[in-house]
Write a protein that binds this ligand. Structure first.
Ligand SMILES: Nc1nc2c(ncn2[C@@H]2O[C@H](COP(=O)(O)OP(=O)(O)O)[C@@H](O)[C@H]2O)c(=O)[nH]1
Ligand SMILES: [Mg+2]
Length: 297
């Protein structure tokens, strides 16, 4: 072996592990279909804790029928849940605030379905709460949400502890309605994007009477519904990281049921109504047989 040959080192491409920008996610989206789960909500509504807790749960084992299969943003995930974990050994769990300058960062997760041995990619967009709040005061600011147009799911997080109180609930619901109406007017929220209203910190609402819990749910659903927004809406109570005193299995309360739907949501470009795209154009050739195996829902 010559001296030059000895010096040749194989080239490895390593990702930095930090949050990804919208330009950086294109390489993931080109490789395989990748649903984008877009998170919006005021500062402190629990967006960052939600993704941090999903990552945390995968460190301990599968989530439902999915197991962790990799991430290009491991460092970012770790950063988000480190503080939260450390504080949860104290009294109240606490998560670091998403910095405004980071604006909207993407988090990548690859999971493997244990039953069908199939790998899925998905991306979470964590939108700084400052942008949500600014968009309520200025129509121009809603343009910061333009990437919502390419998302399969919009998670709008509303702080459950504020919704449970009569003094604050009107503002939280009113802001949510204004935000959604602006997104619809600006054609950022497409009809095919699933809209899920997540009532966060449900562990705090659960400390109230059963009647107060039902009232909180009814208060949200009475305005945030199909009649007003002309589209299907799911309203789901969640607790990503319940406070101390709640059993371990209550972690990801409400999210475990939603997660499979996020993983398998199909971008509109791949969705077909009827079998037009799926029907083999050349049924007798190998190409035709391949085309016949198209995506089905
Ligand atoms: N009790 C409780 N607190 C939570 C939960 N999820 C988030 N929080 C707390 O709410 C605060 C704001 O959360 P964060 O994720 O930073 O909100 P963001 O600004 O929307 O990203 C933090 O102190 C979290 O620890 C939850 O499920 N239960
Ligand atoms: Mg945040």
């Amino acid at each position: 072996m010559t001296e030059v040959e000895q010096l040749v080192v194989p080239e490895f491409k390593m990702s930095s592990g930090t949050e990804m920008s919208v330009q950086q996610i294109d390489c993931i989206c080109r490789q395989s279909y990748t649903p984008i789960i877009f998170m919006a909500g005021e500062i402190g509504s629990g967006k960052t804790t939600l993704i941090g807790s999903i990552h945390d749960a995968f460190l301990f084992g599968p989530v439902g029928e999915f197991q962790f299969a990799g991430s290009r943003t491991l460092l970012a995930f770790e950063e988000r849940c480190f503080d939260s974990r450390a504080k949860s050994r104290g009294n109240v769990p606490e998560t670091i605030r998403t910095r405004l300058e980071s604006g909207q960062g993407y988090f990548h997760l690859a999971v493997q379905a244990t039953k069908e041995n199939k790998r899925y990619n998905l991306l979470f967009a964590d939108m700084s709460g400052e942008f949500y709040e600014r968009s309520l005061h200025s129509t121009a600011e809603i343009s910061n949400f333009r990437d919502l147009r390419r998302s399969q799911v919009l998670l709008l997080l509303l702080d459950g502890s504020k919704l449970a109180q009569k003094g604050t609930r009107q503002t939280v619901r009113g802001d949510a309605i204004s935000f959604l109406q602006r997104c619809i007017e600006q054609k950022l929220l497409r009809q095919e994007t699933s809209l899920q209203i997540l009532i966060s910190k449900w562990d705090e609402v659960q400390q109230l009477s059963v009647q107060a819990q039902a009232e909180t749910l009814a208060f949200v659903s009475s305005r945030l519904n199909k009649d007003l927004l002309k589209r299907q809406i799911q309203v789901v109570p969640i607790a990503s990281r319940p406070g101390l005193g709640h059993p371990e299995q209550q972690k990801l309360f409400g999210i475990r049921e939603l997660f499979p739907g996020w993983v398998t949501s199909i971008p509109s470009a791949l969705r077909t109504s009827g079998d037009i795209l799926m029907r083999p154009m050349f049924p007798d050739t190998s190409f035709g047989r391949f085309a016949g195996l198209g995506v089905q829902r």
